[in-house]
Design a protein around this ligand. Structure first.
Ligand SMILES: [Zn+2]
Ligand SMILES: [Zn+2]
Length: 375
């Protein structure tokens, strides 16, 4: 058996720093693809593994907004062949009801497939590679683990894209951006006369904003606490922008809606329970509030059942924007190519060696979507 020598950022344990190491990757299993990684967006979920809010085995490699070129394929792979250009997204089991009905983001085994480090369900969990000292390192985070120059990727995380696709700027489509865009397009599907509120202007929030602007919604309200993000959102299609620190933000949102009773739809992207309550309160009767962000396990929804019945409101949770990546990602690429999904307006690229700088830019709020470029 031959192996591929590569470089990857490894977390030795919970709260350990990312350390660049040489890894020997295994040969692809039948359902795996060896990808030479071109770029990878950085998402808060990667850092949740580092700080332990997402349980993970260690030592571990993360990164789940990758793009690249296929180098080798396992014997059972049919989606791609060597030389194909790909964007990478979440993994799923392909067998449960949701997967069978083309809603893989609601897979019964979403947790195991994306955080459980399962390489091949028939073979059982196994590490993807070995460090120079021979220690096994866990990969396949979201089916990919792409804070690395090469990655062993589960076939159903792979989306073939047309040659010449911008693999750097579009690398992050596979997680946060499709989550926000999918919430609007796949789940809420509002008519253009509707009003929508988007709380939280990270990648998910901007994905939702781009989608709402593409659908030409009459009223698109954004709420965040960073003034520069509110300004940016206004330049990219938001009709109204309010600061979430304002005590009367609910009244401010209601005041700009047609009948003054609130928005028809709200997309909550922060995962903050207090912000969810704000979004709910700013939604009109018969409206629909969807949570894309989460505060982690153990937090109940702050909704009074009686008041909710009286208001005939809908509250729902949504994973990955109900995206079916092989269909939805090419659709988003087309929008990008038409200038209608300007992800490059919210991102900044960093050299692979400068993960530190990228993380700093993310923490300081200066960059919404840092992208690591591997070569
Ligand atoms: Zn499934
Ligand atoms: Zn993510």
């Amino acid at each position: 058996m031959t192996s591929t020598s590569t470089q990857a950022y490894v977390l030795a344990a919970k709260d350990a720093p990312f350390v660049l190491q040489v890894l020997e990757l295994d040969e692809p299993q039948p359902n795996e693809v060896l990808v030479e990684v071109v770029a990878c967006g950085i998402c808060h979920t990667d850092l949740a593994v580092q700080n332990g809010s997402f349980p993970s085995p260690f030592p571990s490699t993360v990164g789940h907004e990758g793009s690249g070129k296929v180098v080798k394929v396992g014997t059972a792979v049919t989606r791609v062949q060597p030389g194909d250009e790909v964007l990478l997204s979440f993994s799923h089991c392909s067998e449960c009801g949701s997967c069978q009905e083309d809603h893989p983001a609601a897979c019964d085994k979403f947790g195991e497939c994306n955080f459980g480090r399962i390489r091949n369900t028939a073979i059982g969990g196994k590490a993807s590679g070995k460090s120079s000292t021979g220690e096994e390192v866990y990969g396949t985070f979201f089916g990919q683990s792409t804070f690395a120059k090469h990655a062993l990727v589960v076939e159903n995380s792979v989306v073939k894209v047309p040659a010449g696709t911008d693999l750097v700027q579009l690398a992050p489509l596979g997680c946060g951006l499709q989550t926000g865009a999918g919430a609007v397009i796949n789940k809420l599907a509002p008519s253009s006369s509707s009003s929508i509120l988007i709380t939280g202007l990270g990648a998910v929030g901007f994905g939702a904003l781009f989608a709402a602007a593409h659908l030409k919604l009459e009223t698109i309200v954004v709420v965040d606490i960073v003034p520069s993000r509110l300004e940016l959102a206004k330049s990219l299609g938001a009709t109204h922008a309010f600061n979430g620190m304002d005590k009367d933000v609910v009244e401010q949102v209601k005041a700009v809606t047609k009948y003054g009773g609130g928005v028809n739809y709200a997309v909550e992207c922060t995962g903050n329970v207090r912000v969810l309550k704000t979004a709910y309160d700013a939604t009109a009767n018969r409206g629909h509030v969807v949570s894309c962000g989460t505060p982690g396990p153990g937090n109940p929804v702050p909704i009074d059942i009686f008041a909710n019945v009286i208001a005939s409101k809908t509250y729902s949770g949504l994973s990955e924007g109900d995206s079916n990546p092989p269909v939805f990602i090419p659709f988003l690429i087309e929008l990008f190519n038409k200038g209608k999904f300007p992800v490059d307006k919210i991102s900044k690229t960093f050299k692979f060696e400068d993960l530190e700088g990228a993380l700093h830019a993310m923490h300081s709020g200066e960059t919404i979507k840092p992208i690591l470029v591997m070569q």
